[in-house]
Design a protein around this ligand. Structure first.
Ligand SMILES: [Zn+2]
Length: 371
């Protein structure tokens, strides 16, 4: 892999089975029998799902729920991309993680892959512990026929929108905050005879990312039920697409507030004429314009991801031990020096908790990891 992420292919794919050694296996006909009975899926639909490949960007609450639903439904290949690690505050809503994942600070993508292997060993899961950026998006998402958005930021959503429109690849937006869930299918124009009429893209409805402070689950809180609603709608729309029934997909931006029971739908049925992305095909986010090298994670922490280089955790532990508490495994190293905690990934990326000041974060990184 030329990009700086770390892929952990499933250790439980059928190709790993030793020939001649009988291993107990769950029969797929039995496993998927109730879903095959459902008229909208049937045997043929189930076979299509087995051949399908879906990428999920973000493996937090929405991404974990979507990954669990797709894996249980028998989607043959999943690509999971997430830059973060599991924390205790995630356990309220991030359904693929448990207490030991949080205590070990396991990267979410890898924790999700391990958990999925325990309930469906018949599918392949690729886990990438990395940030989705313009330089790796083609490699990470190129093999998937459908992209599910489960990110927590508009910067990445506009990047996905650029890539999907450029490639003619469908993607599904999903967001949840408070008790509110929103989702929208984006079916772009393609060169070939696609089995769908193009819809609006994200930029058709929202030409510019929201300006000013945006509420996040760290400021407004979140109900687990809102996350699961967003993921359930998103994955059901995905199942329609993957079973070649795009004509059944919703062509609106749909939102529902579970607390107030208010709902709204905004038409996204057709591309907006004059849209700079799907009309003029100006892919500014894909070109990397205006992208900061440091991004805030929205929870008193700063991510530094401009340093791409492999890290030797054992050597780093020896170097940092005189300055604070150091723990590491094969996936990440944590260095605690109150009031800051620095989490370093194997590719040199770091999340620094205890500050929102980029200058402070940069200086801690330069001082302890290197410039
Ligand atoms: Zn558009």
């Amino acid at each position: 892999m030329s990009h700086p992420s770390h892929e952990f292919a499933s250790a439980f794919t059928p190709s790993d089975e030793t020939p001649g050694v009988a291993s107990p296996a769950i029969d797929d006909q039995e496993r998927y029998s109730r879903q095959i009975l459902f008229a909208g899926i049937g045997s043929e639909g189930q076979q299509r799902l087995a051949r399908a490949h879906v990428a999920i960007v973000g493996c937090g609450a929405t991404g974990a729920a979507a990954a669990s639903l797709l894996a249980r439904a028998g989607v043959g290949t999943l690509t999971l991309i997430d830059r973060d690690f599991v924390e205790p505050s995630n356990l309220q809503r991030q359904i693929l993680f448990d207490e030991s994942d949080a205590l070990q600070s396991l990267p979410k993508a890898e924790a999700a892959r391990r958990k999925i292997a325990q309930f469906n060993s018949g599918i392949t899961v690729h886990a990438h512990v990395t940030d989705l950026v313009p330089s790796n998006i083609a490699e990470l998402l190129g093999g998937a026929q459908l992209i599910l958005d489960a990110t927590d930021n508009f910067e990445t959503r506009y990047l996905i929108n650029d890539f999907a429109v450029q490639q003619g690849k469908p993607w599904i937006y999903a967001a949840a905050i408070g008790a509110y869930a929103a989702t929208m299918n984006v079916l772009p124009q393609t060169d070939s005879a696609a089995p769908w009429q193009p819809t609006a893209c994200l930029a058709c409805l929202f030409p510019k990312p929201p300006s000013g402070p945006v509420e996040t689950c760290d400021t407004a809180g979140i109900l687990s039920t809102a996350v699961n609603l967003a993921a359930s709608i998103q994955v059901t729309e995905a199942l329609k697409l993957l079973t070649d029934q795009a004509k059944l997909m919703r062509r609106t931006l749909f939102s529902f507030d579970l607390w107030s029971n208010e709902r709204s739908e905004v038409s996204a049925a057709c591309p907006r004429s004059g849209c700079t992305v799907c009309g003029e095909r100006a892919f500014t986010h894909l070109a990397g314009k205006g992208r900061a090298h440091i991004t805030l994670c929205g929870r008193n922490s700063v991510q530094i991801h401009e340093h791409h280089r492999p890290v030797d955790f054992a050597a780093m532990r020896d170097r940092l031990a005189p300055h604070g508490v150091v723990r590491f495994n094969d996936l990440l190293l944590r260095f605690e020096r109150p009031p800051h905690t620095l989490t370093l990934f194997a590719d040199g990326r770091a999340i620094i908790q205890g500050t929102t000041d980029m200058t402070v974060a940069r200086s801690l990184y330069a001082r302890f990891i290197g410039s």
